[in-house]
Design a protein around this ligand. Structure first.
Ligand code: NAI
Length: 325
C-alpha cells in the first residue's frame, strides 16, 4: 500500500445515512480498492459517543484500506487537508418549526463549515452536500468559502436520478442497467424535474417506447419527487441506505469518471438552461479525469422550461430566506 491516503471528511457521522456511507467508503467504493483512506468524522458534541460506537464497528470490519479515523466536534479538525468531503449532517425540522427558521438554522451550520472548508481543506477537494436543504446549504457553504473553488462545491440529486432510472426501467420493462441519459433538473425537492426526453435503453428512446405523455407528466415526475415522503411513510424513517448509495455514486463518478454516461449533479450554474449563474442546481453532466462537464446544447421545450423555472424560483427563495433576506 504505497499510495498516500486520501483524507475524507464526513459530517453527521452518527446519523443514519452515515451508518451506511462510512462502511462503503472504507470498503473502497469511491476511491478504488487500492486507495487507502483516512476518515475525519464530524458530529455534534452530544453525538461523540455514538460516533465512537460506529468507529468501533468500522474497526471490527478490519477494512484493509482504512488507515486511520479522526473523531471530532471541531470543523477545523474535520476539514484539515481534506481531499473530499461528504456534508451529511444538518438540522432536521423539529415540531412547530417554520420553514424559514429551518433554513436559517442550517445556514448557520453551513456558514461555520464553509469557513472551516476555506481555511483547512485542500484546494482541489471535492465536496458533496447531502444534508437538506442540500442545494441551498451548498450555496451557503460556497459563499462562506471565498478562497475555495466554487466548482468543487456540489449538492446531491443523484438519489432522485437513481429513483428515476428504476421507475422508468420498470415501466418500460427494460433492465435498469441499460437506461441512459436521465436528467434531474433543479432542486433536491419535490419541485425537481425528472426529464425523460433524452433517456434511452439500448439506443432506443424510452419516451417513444413507453409512449404515454400523461404517465410521464402525471405519474412519473410526481412519483420521483415524492419518493422520499413515500419511504418515510412506509419505513417510519427517511431513506438512508439509498441516500448513502447515491452519495457514493456521485463522488465515485466525479473521481473515477462516468464512462461517457450522463449523470445528474447539482453544480453552480453557468447561466445556461434558464438557471441563473451561481445557483447550485441539478443538471446533466459527464465526468472524466476527475472533472465534471455539463452536457450542453439540449433543447428545452415549453413544458420543461416551465418546470425548471418553478424549481429554480424555489431555490432562489430558499437562498434568500437562508441569508435572512
Ligand atoms: P440523522 O438525523 O440520522 O443524522 C444527522 C446527523 O447530523 C446527526 O448525527 C446529528 O447529530 C448530525 N449533525 C447535526 N448538526 C450537525 C453539525 N452542525 N455538524 C455535524 N453534524 C451535525 O439524519 P440522516 O438520515 O443521516 O440524514 C442526514 C441529512 O441528509 C438530512 O438533512 C436529510 O434530510 C438529508 N437527506 C438528503 C438526501 C438527498 O437526496 N440530498 C436524501 C436523504 C436524506
Amino acid at each position: 500500500m504505497s499510495r498516500p491516503a486520501k483524507r475524507v471528511t464526513v459530517t453527521g457521522a452518527a446519523g443514519q445515512i452515515c451508518y451506511a456511507l462510512l462502511f462503503r467508503l472504507a470498503q473502497g467504493d469511491v476511491f478504488g480498492r487500492d486507495q487507502p483512506i483516512i476518515l475525519q468524522l464530524l458530529d455534534l458534541p452530544q453525538a461523540q459517543a455514538a460516533v465512537r460506537g460506529v468507529v468501533m464497528e468500522l474497526e471490527d470490519c478490519a477494512f484493509p484500506l482504512l488507515q486511520d479515523v479522526v473523531i471530532t466536534d471541531d470543523p477545523a479538525v474535520a476539514f484539515r487537508d481534506a481531499d473530499a468531503a461528504f456534508l451529511v449532517g444538518s438540522r432536521p425540522r423539529s415540531k412547530g418549526m417554520e420553514r424559514a427558521d429551518l433554513l436559517l438554522a442550517n445556514a448557520e451550520i453551513f456558514k461555520v463549515q464553509g469557513k472551516a472548508l476555506n481555511e483547512n481543506a485542500k484546494r482541489d477537494a471535492k465536496v458533496i452536500v447531502v444534508g437538506n436543504p442540500a442545494n441551498t446549504n451548498a450555496g451557503i457553504l460556497s459563499a462562506f468559502a471565498p478562497d475555495f473553488p466554487k466548482a468543487n462545491v456540489t449538492a446531491m440529486v443523484r438519489l432522485d436520478h437513481n429513483r428515476a432510472l428504476s421507475l422508468l426501467a420498470a415501466k418500460a420493462g427494460v433492465p435498469v442497467s441499460t437506461v441512459e441519459k436521465m436528467i434531474i433538473w433543479g432542486n433536491h425537492s419535490p419541485t425537481m424535474l425528472a426529464d425523460w426526453r433524452y433517456a434511452t435503453s439500448g439506443g432506443q428512446s424510452l419516451s417513444a417506447m413507453v409512449n404515454d405523455e400523461a404517465w410521464y407528466r402525471e405519474t412519473f415526475i410526481p412519483k420521483v419527487g415524492q419518493r422520499g415522503a413515500a419511504i418515510i411513510e412506509a419505513r417510519g424513517a427517511s431513506s438512508a441506505a439509498s441516500a448513502a448509495n447515491a452519495a457514493i455514486d456521485h463522488m465515485h463518478d466525479w473521481v473515477q469518471g462516468s464512462n461517457g454516461g450522463w449523470v445528474s449533479m447539482a453544480i453552480p450554474s453557468d447561466g445556461s438552461y434558464g438557471i441563473p449563474e451561481g445557483i447550485i442546481a441539478g443538471v446533466p453532466v459527464i465526468c472524466a479525469d476527475g472533472e465534471y462537464q455539463r452536457v450542453t446544447g439540449l433543447e428545452i421545450d415549453a413544458f420543461s422550461a416551465e418546470k425548471i423555472a418553478v424549481t429554480v424560483n424555489e431555490l432562489q427563495s430558499e437562498i434568500s430566506a437562508a441569508l435572512g433576506k
